[in-house]
Design a protein around this ligand. Sequence first.
Ligand code: ZN
Length: 314
Amino acid sequence: MKSRVYTEKNQQSVKCQPMPIILNSRDAIVRIIKTTNCRTDLHGSKGREGLGIVESVGKTVFTFNTGDKVLISGMSTCGKCKCCQKILQCSCNMQEQGDTLDGIQAEFVRIPFADTRLYPIPHGMDDDVFTLLSDIFPVGFNSTASNEKVTLGGRIAIVGAGSIGLAALLTVQCYSPTEIIVIDLDDGRLATAEKFGATMTINNSDGQAAKKVLLQTLNGGVDTSIETIGVPATFELCKKITASCGHIANIGMHGNKVNLYLEWLWKRNLKITEKFIETLSTPMLLNILRAQKHVAQLRREHRLPLNTLNLCQY
Ligand code: ZN
C-alpha cells in the first residue's frame, strides 16, 4: 500500500509500505477515504485523523464490523485506565500515538482501541465536514467548553486563525460572547475569521496586537484568550492581552520552552489551562453538524491525492 512517510528530518515522500495487520485484539484495520492535517497550525503534518471503511477487526472489537464507514478520532484511548475514567483520555496510560504509532496518511491503517477511537458515520453526511470532527473541531471546542474558560457575555481573543483557531471561533459562539477578537499574520485568514463571526480582527505583522486589544478593551484586556498556535510569542501575546482574573486557554502544541513569567502573572490571578485533545465531545459536535448549524460554513478549499507531497489545507 502507499503511505506518506518521513524519510529524514522534515523530508517526506510517498512510499510503498507493508499492509498493516491486527496486532492486538482491540485493533481494527481501516481503509482510508479522506484525511487531513492534525491540530495546531505549526504542528507536524503526520496526520492522525480522517475517515474510512473498516476492513477487519480484532477478536474483542464489539462495536464495529467489516464494511462500516467510520470517523477516526485523533486520540487513541483505552477507555479503561485511571486517566480515561477521569475523562482525561489525552493522558491515557495505554495510548499508542504520537511517535509510537504510524500516521494515517496512508491507504490502510491499524487503529488501536477501535471501540473507543472510531465513531459510526451516519448516511447522508458530507465526508469533508467529517474530517473536521476527528481532531480540529473537538480541539477547538475543548478550548472553550470546560473549566468556565468562556462565560456568557465574555470578551474573547483567539490568537491564530488557522483551522484550530477557526474551530474555536465557531464553537465559542455557543457561549454568546459579546466580543471575539481574532489575531493572525495573514489577511486571508482574518477575512475568513470575519466571515465566521469575529467581531474584530487584527493583523499582528506590525507587532501592535497587544496594544490594539488593550485599546479596544479600555486597557482591561479580554476575559479569555485562546492560544492556538504553540510558539512562545503567541503565548506571550495571550499573557499581555488577558485581563486580571482572566483565563488563558492554551491549545497550541508547544515544541519549545515557553516562559510563564510567574513573577508577573501571580498578582493578576490569571488561570492557565492546557489540554491535549479529548474526544468525548465528538458525539455532541456531530449532532451540531447534523443540525447543520455550521455545515454551510465549513468547506474544504483544497483536495489533494495521497501521492502529492503538499499538505491538505483549509
Ligand atoms: Zn486509558
